[in-house]
Design a binder for this molecule. Structure first.
Ligand SMILES: C[S@@+](CC[C@H](N)C(=O)[O-])C[C@H]1O[C@@H](n2cnc3c(N)ncnc32)[C@H](O)[C@@H]1O
Length: 305
């Protein structure tokens, strides 16, 4: 796949996995739903392959969804705002970052958010207990150059303009409306390996509610795919999804840890993709044979990387 536009730097973005994930999705769908859209990396890839002409992008993070909407529907406005904010940093870039951050925490202005995301440590969104954005600036980088940002924003807008519905709801409200003619890509927040192994919550999401809503999707004949935590070395992340959901698990190798290699351990990180039973209905036998081949192939990225 040719390199896809990506204006928003975001920890957890599926941009690098998009071409592998797309291999497991249908060739045509009426409407593509992302209840945990983040940067909409998979919808951008789906649009580039003409798999769908209609999208519903939802994320509980309101400034993030407003930013996506600006990028898609009013690209010139956000391009010029980014360029102005970026150019203001020359005098004292770190001080400027903290001023923008403070301003964002008072206004939630999505234009300021794009600059913060471009400029903060690893595109990693962090909030304090009062809900204020508190991530620090990356001292080694100045953030994407305005020219490069322009190209990325124009690229995303060209793919998605006038095709999307944007909302900032809890994912359950979106899934409650999913129809059997839709396809849903579900990428919930990272569960991590630390903390209480028995916790039924991950980043505010109740695991039992999550499973219940997947059962309901199955019953209503809605096809979906879930990116779910995987494993690194011998450590497994995330509570296991119940067998009764009838999901097909695909393991995708996403990298090898250089730190572990230095210590003489071979640590491979695997992310799991779960395909719902309805995904194969109406699909070509090509996809079925691809899935059975892939299921036997532990290092997918070596095939497609
Ligand atoms: C792993 S990220 C998605 C990344 C996305 N696939 C991408 O490529 O950028 C998970 C997203 O879920 C959102 N989120 C967390 N809780 C949510 C909820 N209850 N309802 C909807 N979105 C939620 C977070 O704001 C975050 O953007």
């Amino acid at each position: 796949m040719v390199s896809l536009p990506h204006p928003i730097q975001y920890q957890g973005s599926k941009r690098k996995l998009a071409s592998v994930i797309l291999n497991f999705l249908p060739n045509k769908v009426e409407r593509f739903l992302e209840p945990f859209a983040g940067t909409a990396a998979i919808s951008i890839a789906v649009a580039s392959k003409h798999i769908s002409q209609s999208f519903w992008l939802n994320d509980i993070n309101k400034p993030l969804i407003e930013l996506l909407e600006l990028i898609v529907e009013r690209p010139e406005e956000i391009i010029s705002a980014y360029s102005n904010i970026w150019n203001e940093q020359h005098h004292d870039s770190i001080k400027h970052y903290f001023e923008v951050r403070e301003n964002f925490n008072q206004t939630n202005d999505p234009k300021l958010f794009l600059y913060l995301l471009a400029r903060c440590v690893k595109g990693s969104v962090r909030y304090n207990s009062d809900g204020l954005f508190n991530q620090s600036p990356d001292k080694r980088r100045k953030g994407t150059q305005p020219d490069k940002m322009r190209k990325n924003i124009e690229g995303v807008s060209a793919l998605l303009k006038d095709k999307c519905r944007f909302t900032s709801l809890d994912y359950r409200e979106v899934l409650a409306e999913a129809k059997s003619s839709d396809f849903v890509y579900i990428d919930p927040p990272y569960q991590g390996v630390c903390g209480n192994r028995d916790s039924r919550y991950f980043s505010g999401i109740n695991f039992d509610d999550f499973v219940l809503i997947l059962e309901q999707l199955n019953q209503r004949g809605v096809a979906f795919a879930i990116s779910y935590d995987g494993k690194r070395g011998t450590k497994t992340f995330g509570l296991p999804l119940p067998k009764e959901l009838g999901l097909k698990k695909i393991e995708i190798e996403v990298g090898r840890s250089s730190q572990a290699t230095l210590l003489g351990r071979e640590e491979i990180t695997i992310e799991s993709l779960y395909l719902s039973p309805n995904i194969l209905h109406g699909q070509s036998s090509e996809l079925e044979s691809y899935i059975s081949k892939a299921a036997r192939q532990p290092t997918l990225l070596e095939m497609y990387g």
